[in-house]
Design a binder for this molecule. Structure first.
Ligand code: MEV
Length: 308
């Protein structure tokens, strides 16, 4: 047992396959080189635990099984942690926006479970980390596929299929990308349930879109391994069109994707649950131009080099 311990969780970008992954198709996701860092303390802490504080997100909560989403999610993580650390205070530094589609909730959950386990002197393996973080993701996402928790816990670039072990993808070339947070969005759980309801009502049409997205993911896996960025960009554009047809885009996301393509991006799409939030652009050789073009219409823009 320790008085203080730390844990990290990485934020992510879904490269292709969001939503279809909830319904059993593959998806590709990449960890960002940043995320959240949690420090858990017990004893000699001025505030009374259990408590989770994330100043960057204006979060200061007491875990509560009957509270709001965040309070319930944190209660699940504390309840699943060793009993001797259930009064801990967890302070979290976050360098990505929350609720933007960048996997902030999974990064938070992974960092918190790791910090609590380390406080108890436990060594959590990656599978157990994902399972525990998944308890909170069920609250945030409803029918979560587990992709966000897998990337937050493992890092790298992953091909993910629900129920199977994630497979690390070796990139043929680094991916120079731009991420723009264009507008606040509807909670992931609502977007996931909206797509599930559409699938229930129009199984053939929506199922065909999931199939098409699955094929794009297969082709994109090959493009990633070959370092064929033009092909990858085209596949991302096609994936965006499928997501728009599923009602997941917004006028601002459409405008941001169009602006990024005009500025030279080989591909641009919404990333994450949609309904607002973030878009990403693949911009080899023109990251600064694409970032500058997106700046006026975004709340937050960053360039990232995925995979090295
Ligand atoms: C959210 O990052 C990705 C979704 O596919 C939900 C999930 O897979 O749990 C929209």
């Amino acid at each position: 047992m320790n008085d203080m311990a730390e844990g990290v969780g990485q934020a992510k970008l879904i490269l292709l396959g969001e939503h279809a992954v909830v319904h059993g198709r593959p998806a590709l996701a990449a960890a960002l080189d940043r995320g959240v860092h949690a420090t858990a303390r017990r004893g000699r802490v001025r505030v009374k635990g259990p408590r989770v504080r994330v100043p960057a997100w204006q979060v200061d909560v007491v875990p509560d099984a009957n509270g709001d989403d965040l309070e319930r999610a944190m209660a699940r993580l504390f309840e699943a942690s060793p009993s001797e650390v259930r009064d801990a205070v967890v302070d979290v530094e976050a360098v990505v926006p929350s609720r933007a589609g960048l996997g902030s909730s999974a990064a938070l959950s992974v960092a918190v479970v790791r910090a609590l386990a380390a406080l108890a002197g436990d060594d959590l393996d990656v599978i157990r980390t994902e399972v525990l973080a998944g308890l909170a993701e069920e609250v945030f996402h409803g029918r979560a596929s587990g992709i966000d928790a897998a990337v937050a816990a493992r890092g790298g670039v992953l091909r993910f299929l629900r129920g199977a072990a994630p497979v690390a993808v070796d990139l043929g070339a680094p991916l120079p990308a731009v991420v723009a947070y264009v507008e606040p969005r509807v909670p992931t759980r609502e977007m996931v349930s909206q797509v599930g309801a559409a699938y229930g009502k129009r199984p053939e049409e929506v199922g065909a879109r999931f199939e098409a997205i699955g094929r794009l993911v297969d082709d994109a896996t090959t493009a990633l391994v070959d370092g064929a960025l033009d092909d990858l960009g085209r596949l991302m554009n096609e994936n965006h069109a499928e997501l728009s047809a599923l009602g997941l885009s917004t006028p601002t996301l459409e405008e941001a994707c169009a602006v990024a393509r005009s500025a030279g991006a080989v591909g641009a799409k919404l990333t994450g649950a949609g309904g607002g939030g973030c878009m990403m652009a693949l911009a080899p050789g023109c990251e600064s131009e694409v970032a500058a073009a997106l700046e006026p219409l975004a709340l937050w823009v960053t360039t990232v080099r995925l995979g090295g």
